[in-house]
Design a protein. Structure first.
Length: 289
């Protein structure tokens, strides 16, 4: 094995492997992964492709390329994903934070208005913590409770809380939503948010490999019609919500009418919606009646 390999040769090798695997942006991702493995800035890789990379860094790069060619998400290779301009630790134990979910943050902050209000926030299915921790960051007087059935997911949320210096305003509970709450948690909440599983079971295998192979199905599969979690939420939200309190729910494509009907049937009042980057209805807001 030669001691060094040229940048240009490594990028070409990586692009070919990623293109053959069906990765959408093989050139950009090959450059990103080489930059991580060899600690090279983009300007060097673009401006000086003839430069050599040490053999150890080249092998680390090839290992990353092999994992990405198996369609492991880039976020898992890097161990992080940005959400609301903040870095979140991620793994295969949590859903990747996605830009479309920022619609919920936008909608909640607009509805609340005064960011200095001392709110009590509950996140049902907290996952990485991206929703709850972002809201705590933007609402400095708020305190939060995050619930998740998965202990590994809660471990990731705890790490993110520590990284963002929010652990002192957060309590995490393991269990099945309201059943996980302790007596001291059960004072009514001013704000309840949730990004529940909403993909119909029959649609799961049609998802891209990055999701099907590497993201937790527990957080994705919404039952035969994708609405199982919302039926459960309709039962538990009203008694947990303070008078005048706000609920924000992320929804899947075309689920708005069905989810509204479930929540209205439970006694909640519609209070608006928000659309994602693709102009699809992504978040529904409700108020305590």
């Amino acid at each position: 094995m030669t001691a060094t390999v040229r940048i240009a040769d490594l990028l070409s090798e990586g692009m070919k492997a990623l293109r053959a695997a069906g990765v959408e942006a093989p050139a950009g991702e090959a450059r990103l992964l080489l930059g991580v493995a060899a600690q090279l800035p983009p300007a060097i890789m673009i401006g000086f492709p003839e430069r050599s990379v040490p053999a150890e860094a080249a092998e680390a790069y090839r290992a990353l390329i092999a994992r990405r060619a198996d369609r492991e998400p880039v976020s898992h290779l890097l161990g992080r994903r940005e959400f609301w301009s903040r870095p979140f630790i991620v793994s295969r134990d949590v859903l990747d934070p996605r830009p479309d979910s920022e619609a919920l943050i936008d909608a909640v902050l607009a509805e609340i208005g005064d960011r200095q209000v001392p709110l009590r926030i509950l996140d049902l299915g907290v996952g990485s913590g991206c929703l709850l921790l972002t809201l705590l960051s933007e609402l400095p007087q708020a305190r939060g409770v995050g619930v998740d059935l998965s202990p590994p997911a809660l471990a990731i949320a705890e790490r993110n809380a520590a990284q963002l210096r929010l652990a002192d305003r957060l309590v995490l509970r393991q269990g099945n939503w309201d059943e996980a709450l302790l007596p001291e948690d059960r004072h009514p909440f001013d704000l309840i948010v949730s990004n529940p599983p909403y993909i119909p079971t029959a649609d799961m295998l049609a998802l891209v490999p990055e999701i099907v192979r590497y993201e937790p199905h527990l957080a994705l599969d919404g039952g035969p019609d994708g609405l199982a979690a919302y039926r459960r939420l309709a039962l538990i939200l009203p008694p947990l919500l303070a008078p005048g309190g706000l609920v924000a729910l992320e929804i899947g494509l075309g689920q708005g009418e069905s989810v509204r009907a479930l929540m209205v049937g439970a006694g909640l009042l519609p209070s608006g919606s928000a659309f994602d980057l693709g102009n699809r209805e992504r978040c529904l807001l409700f108020r305590h009646s």
